[in-house]
Design a protein around this ligand. Structure first.
Ligand code: HAM
Length: 449
């Protein structure tokens, strides 16, 4: 083959000079780089431990679902469904959407997999990316991550709601999250809420002219959402609106008193917030939100509540349920802002080897040390010892294992502690034992205070 043919590829037309294009992550999405993923992994591992201790098991659900599933569950009129979903037509012309949250999918999975046959309630959790086309800002992304937990089936015993809330506060406590504030509310059920909504609508209609355009529209579409308004000029007016607590039916009021009592029994501190209404339609009775330090305006780090009617709406049997989702990005942001970051994960051992025989020994040493759970860097080409030690330093290695002809011949290996410069000799077996025990002594939490 002539050189020219080899370059172009035989039979290929000459390509126009390729435009050099730099690709960037799509707006609202981002890369999580290794210095950050250590904290992400730590957070997810603690979630698994804490949620496991409360009897929750992991479920993984698809990233995309029928668009209708979300419209029906979350509500077609909500911002999430009407403005923020990534929806596209699949080749068979069905409309599918990237999931904006996990609750709808988990309910679908509960029904589809006959989980009502299992001992109730079924306690689940899932961790993964969600997608909402919101205006990106600090703590708000178009691809973001949730740590979501649900309790499906069982009764409406207040102990269920309270234990769920206790679980998320225990999780935050384990992580050392600062400035945690829990707000709770009861938004009634299908018996009492409609009457309250009508009353609120009528009261809001009387002051319509004083409200902004968003709230004016919501008087018709969803008056409860007006209570959520952050607009300064509306605050005074909203404060004068009727409170739902005075319009709950006796069952809801009794249930809410029970939840508060149960939270107190568990030592969970809360604040009642009658204006907490949540942005998704499926809620009933107890709802809650948790805020944390260092997050600016997007400070809700967790939101959730009871949704007793959703399963039926999706064609399942009447099923009580409650759950929450933590915004993992925000949780991480808050931990970072308050200095709760993991110590940099350097290598345990850098193997500085010289000579062919030493290389074979180095390969064996690396294999055994890695099998013992240590992180080992084995340079693939020979380096002078001075350069190797410099490299070990840059990688943040704790030890350098020095293997040259002398070490191989004598069977006595040299281990240098990089921070102190101390050196000691070990046989192969002693070295393994020593490094294993050092590893076991290392801080198991991996977080610095
Ligand atoms: P949500 O309030 O829509 O509830 O979201 C829960 C949490 O996800 C928020 O408090 C926030 O931390 C985080 N989050 C939401 N949108 C974004 C975004 N664009 N960027 C970063 N973080 C965000 C739900 O999703 C319900 N499914 C919760 C639930 C589960 N209710 C019952 N079970």
């Amino acid at each position: 083959m002539s050189e020219g043919a080899a370059k172009k590829g035989v039979g290929e037309k000459p390509q126009p000079k390729e435009e050099r294009r730099k690709f960037q992550a799509i707006k609202g999405t981002r890369d999580l780089l290794p210095q950050e993923t250590a904290l992400w992994n730590h957070v997810e591992q603690i979630a698994q431990e804490v949620f496991g201790a409360f009897g929750h098991s992991e479920i993984r659900v698809p990233i995309f679902e029928a668009s209708d599933l979300f419209a029906r569950s979350i509500g077609a009129e909500t911002d999430v469904v009407s403005k923020e979903m990534y929806t596209f037509e699949d080749r068979d012309e069905t409309s599918v959407s990237l999931r904006p949250e996990a609750t709808a999918s988990i309910c679908r999975a509960y029904i589809e997999n006959g989980m009502q046959q299992l001992p109730q309630p079924v306690k689940l959790y899932t961790i993964g990316p969600m997608f909402r086309r919101e205006r990106p800002q600090k703590g708000r992304y178009r691809q973001f991550y949730q740590i979501d937990a649900e309790i499906l089936g069982g009764s409406d015993a207040p102990g269920i709601d309270a234990e769920l809330i206790e679980m998320v506060t225990a999780f935050f406590e384990r992580l050392g999250l600062e400035g945690v504030q829990l707000d709770i509310n009861c938004i009634g059920d299908k018996k009492c809420r409609p009457k309250y909504v009508e009353l609120l609508r009528a009261e809001l209609a009387k002051v319509k002219e004083k409200l902004g355009p968003d709230s004016q529209r919501r008087i018709e579409t969803n008056p409860l959402r007006v209570l959520d308004s952050k607009l300064e000029s509306e605050q005074k007016i909203i404060e004068g609106m009727p409170h739902i607590a005075n319009h709950l039916c006796e069952e809801c009021a009794e249930n809410y008193r029970g939840v508060k009592k149960e939270l107190e029994l568990r030592g969970v501190k809360y604040q009642e917030n009658w204006r907490l209404v949540r942005g998704l339609d499926y809620y009933s009775r107890t709802t809650f939100e948790i805020t944390a330090k260092g997050l600016g305006s997007q400070n809700a780090v967790c939101g959730g509540g009871r949704y007793d009617g959703l399963m039926e709406l999706l064609g399942g049997p009447p099923t009580r349920a409650t759950g929450f989702a933590i915004g993992e990005d925000r949780l991480i942001l808050s931990l970072q802002e308050t200095g709760k970051t993991p110590t940099a994960q350097g290598r345990d051992v850098y193997i500085a080897w010289m000579g062919e025989k030493a290389y074979a020994t180095a390969i064996r040493a690396a294999k055994n040390l890695r099998a013992a759970g240590l992180s080992v860097e084995l340079p693939p080409v020979e380096q002078k010892f001075g350069k190797a030690l410099g490299q070990a330093d840059k990688l943040g290695a704790r030890y350098a294992l020095i293997l040259g002809d002398n070490e191989v011949a004598s069977g006595e290996w040299t281990l240098k502690t990089l921070a102190s410069g101390e050196q000691a000799k070990f046989t192969e077996q002693h070295l393994l034992d020593f490094l294993r025990s050092e590893r076991a002594k290392a801080d198991p939490s991996g977080l610095k205070a």
